[in-house]
Every structure is written in C-alpha cells, then in structure tokens.
Design a protein around this ligand. Structure first.
Ligand code: AMP
Ligand code: ZN
Length: 494
C-alpha cells in the first residue's frame, strides 16, 4: 500500500538524544516493541498514559500506511518488588496476600488491563506475549550469554557480568551513566551477596523452596530475571534488530539498559534502532505510582468515585487531556485541567458534527484547507507532536464556526477534504471517540441529567421547598448517586 505521506517523519531517539529522520529497516514495515504492564494490580492512570502515547504512535504509523507489527508484552513473572535484584516476585507476593494462585492474580489483572484499554479506545497490539509463555526462549538466551563469557553461574542463579561486558561494549549508553560512576556510588556487596559486583543483574534466580513461581532449568529450579523476558520476546517476534522499542521514562535504567546489554552480549549487535520513552503522569506534582498511594484508577475517574476530582469524566475527555501534552513532557493531572479538557473536547466534537453540514460556495474557499491539512501532518511528523496537532484542529474549529455563520466560505471539494482530515486525525490518529459513542457508555448523558437535577434541587431550596429538594437527594441516593454539598456548590459521585 502506498504511504499516505511521503514526507519525513522525525523521532526523538533516547539513545542518541537527537530527533532523527525515521527510516524503517524494511520499507513500508515497522517492528515496534513496548514494555507492557506487570499484572499484579489494577493499572493506574499513569500506566495508561504511557500505553496511550504508544497507541497514538501506532495509530499514526498505521494511518500513514505502514504495516506495523506491534508487540506489547504482559509481565506475569520475574518482576521483583521494588524492581530490586532480591526480594519477592510482585505477582507471587500478591498471590500470597490474597491467597490465590499466581495465575489467578495474572488473569484478574490482565482482564482489568484489557477492559480499561478498551474503554480508552486502544487498538490491540499485533502480539501480546507473556513472560511465562517464553521461559524456554529465556533459558536459551542465558545459555548463549554464558557461552559468550558475559555471565556466571553461582548457587543455581546466573548473573550478567556488567564489568566484563563493559570491557568491549558500553554499559550505560542509553541512560547516560558511566560504569565507573556507578561503582563509585554503590556500597560494598554484603557478605551474603553472591554477585561479583553490585552492578551485575540476574538472568536467572534460584527459587527458594517457598518460592511458588518456578521452572526447571539447567541450573536447577528457578525463575527468569525481569529484564530478560523483553529481550526474549522482542527477538522472537521482531528479530535481532528491530525499529522501535518503547516504554515509560522510568524503564530507561536499569530495565532497558540491561536489555541492550543482554542482546549485545548474545547477538553481538545493537537490538534497536530507535528508543522512545514516554514521560510520566504526575498527581500533585509527584509521579503517579501505586506503591506510594499517589494514584488514581481509570474507573474511579469514569464513575466519579474518588476524593480528587469534583465529578466523573468520560474516557474520551481523559484521552483528549492526555493528547494535549507531548508524550515526552511531564503531565500533571488536576480537576481544573480535566474540566478544561472536557470543555475543549466538547467544542471539538460540536465542530466535527457541524463540518458535515457546512454551506458551500461555488467560488474559492476563504480558508486554505490543503495548507492546514499539511500543517496537521507536519505536527505529527515532528516526533508525534499531538499538542500542536490539537492546536491545528482548533484552527479548523474556528474556521468551521465562521463558515457556519457565513463569515467565511468553503468550496464543496474543500469541505470534503476538511471533514476527511478532521476525521482522520481526531478519530483514527488521536483515537478519540465521537459524542455518540461516549453516550453509549452512559457517562455523559447521565452526568447531564444529574447536573440538571442538582440545579432543580438548588432552585427548590432557594424557594424553601425542602420536600422537593430532599426528594431529589433521597431518590438519587436510592439509585446509588450521592450528592455532596460543598463551598463550591453540589457535586456528585455514582
Ligand atoms: P509496570 O506495570 O510497573 O511495569 O509499568 C507499566 C508501564 O507504565 C511502564 O512503561 C511504566 O514506565 C509506566 N508508568 C508507570 N508509572 C507511570 C506514570 N506515573 N506515568 C506514566 N507512565 C508510567
Ligand atoms: Zn520490558
């Protein structure tokens, strides 16, 4: 299929620290790997932001006509608590606490992950492999790294020898760290530590008798180190060198640094041409993270049941909020920001509806649609600059409103091009859903009805008609809708 846009697309490559012209290995094809969730708890909105950034990137590539193989894994083993080298597996710990089989934990939170992503209108990846489904591949890579002399076995565990690797390769090139500095800044190994150096990381860990997630290996029963699964799955489905590897900024070190080291040790060359890192979603100025309690779940936002926001917000309003920031910028979520996004999204949707019904002229258009359309592409071609794209879409909103009021004109051909371009970028690329499909979830309509009842109750109270105001409050409560009276007015939660 011919590419829709033959112009140059630039991507910020975290490995070189530069925006580079994107050249896929195979013309018209893209291989993209993104680290998926560790399925031991519900995904919070921060996790969703990273996956949404890559969903938008995937969508744009597809829109341009590329055939994309997008692999996003599920981490269902090997990720230890605190991302450290020791300690319990996150999934095993949750299984112990909830008295479940580890695979029950995995199933529960994988389903949650999928249901949230569906609400946010994500496209499914081409392949969604799991770590536990690729234990054999991981063992094979360890054997290869051992054979090449970049790892050592000790007491049934295998560790990657970072110092040895660094003699012939550059450990730290992605995160900009130097091994000498890392060594200078770390404490001596504790006497009981079996690693040769603190920087060494586990490829395989011996399973103690109480460790329930375990597999047989040439080194005895154990489980793979977290970094290894992504090397195994990306190599299996995308090859020894592929186009794009993505993930959240917090995965740059050690996770992605270790992935590079493993692949280079095993195959002798760099695994990835473009490393892409999405920035963090913050709440109250701090990174959203489950472990610190500084987080909000998507369903808490959709239902309004949370102590942070004044009302419920639809998935599209939240998605629009995310798209208004560049994926490499930090984004702070707040009630005011969401309210503003909801308003903006509504304005955009109204214009989308109006674009189809605009009056046309036989003369030339007063708005140069082709130039504007090109500007939309230019925004996305500049490292997926969605905030600039949104600004361009609002330029069109302004024009649509002027044409509607007959202050500007548009030709029939341009009207078609305008509608087509808006639809392409709003729905296909940004992944927003039209008002109708939000209504299908009921969120928007219900909010409108409750707001109306809140207004009627306020009027009843002002008229001292407390029988009516109490009736509204009590009957809403009976339906599971709680009204909260505060200084700023009345809010509700469902
Ligand atoms: P995890 O389930 O912890 O492995 O994380 C899944 C993905 O979410 C990773 O790509 C993380 O980088 C990303 N992530 C975690 N916290 C945030 C946050 N506050 N904002 C954006 N992305 C995040
Ligand atoms: Zn990974």
């Amino acid at each position: 299929m011919p590419l829709k846009n033959s112009q140059t697309l630039k991507i910020y490559n975290s490995l070189t620290g530069k925006k580079e012209v994107f050249k896929p290995i195979n013309v018209g094809h893209i291989g993209m790997y993104v680290c998926g969730p560790t399925v031991y708890s519900n995904v919070h909105l921060g996790n969703c932001r990273t996956f949404m950034s890559f969903d938008m990137i995937f969508r744009y590539f597809k829109h341009l006509g590329y055939k994309v193989r997008y692999v996003r894994n599920i981490t269902d083993a090997g990720h230890l608590v605190d991302d450290a080298e020791d300690g319990e597996d996150k999934i095993a710990k949750k299984a112990r606490l909830e008295q479940l089989e580890p695979m029950e934990v995995v199933q529960r939170y994988t389903l949650d992950f999928h249901s949230i992503l569906e609400k946010f209108n994500f496209l499914p990846p081409s392949i969604e492999p799991t770590a536990t489904g690729h234990i054999i591949e991981q063992i094979e890579i360890i054997k290869e790294i051992l054979e090449k002399g970049f790892a050592y076995e000790i007491n049934g565990s295998v560790y990657f020898n970072v110092a040895k690797f660094n003699e012939t390769h550059e450990y730290g090139k992605l995160s900009g760290r130097k091994l000498e500095d890392m060594i200078a800044n770390t404490r001596e190994l504790a006497a009981q530590d079996e690693k040769k150096n603190p920087q060494d990381f586990a490829l395989w860990k011996k399973a103690e008798p109480e460790h329930i997630m375990r597999w047989p290996s040439p080194w005895g029963d154990g489980f793979p180190g977290w970094h290894l699964e992504c090397t195994a799955m990306s190599t299996k489905y995308l090859g020894e060198t592929f186009d794009i590897h993505g993930g959240g900024m917090d995965l740059k070190f050690p996770h992605h640094e270790c992935e590079i080291a493993q692949a280079e040790a095993c195959n002798g060359h760099s695994p990835v041409n473009y490393w892409m890192h999405a920035n963090m979603l913050t709440l109250n100025g701090k990174k959203m993270a489950k472990s610190t309690g500084n987080s909000i779940l998507p369903n808490e936002i959709f239902s309004g049941e949370n102590s942070i926001l004044s009302k419920a917000f639809s998935p599209s309003a939240v998605r629009f909020f995310m798209m208004q920031a560049h994926y490499t910028s930090i984004l702070d979520i707040s009630n005011d920001a969401l309210l503003a996004s909801e308003k903006g999204f509504q304005k955009l949707m109204d214009a989308v509806g109006n674009a189809e019904k605009l009056p046309t002229t036989d003369k030339t258009s007063s708005f140069d649609v082709s130039v504007w359309r090109q500007q939309c592409y230019d925004a996305m071609n500049d490292d997926f600059n969605s905030p600039i794209l949104v600004a361009k879409l609002f330029d069109a909103v302004k024009q649509i409103n002027l044409i509607k009021e007959e202050k500007e004109t548009i030709s029939k051909t341009d009207k078609k091009l305008l509608s087509q371009t808006i639809n392409d970028f709003v729905f296909d690329v940004l992944g927003l859903e039209s008002k109708n499909s939000i209504d299908e979830t009921g969120t928007d309509k219900l909010s409108g009805v409750v707001e109306l009842l809140i207004q009627l109750r306020k009027e009843a109270r002002e008229n001292k008609d407390f029988a009516t105001s109490d009736k509204i409050r009590d009957q809403l409560a009976a339906l599971g809708i709680q009204l909260k009276d505060g200084k700023e007015g009345t809010t509700f939660s469902i």
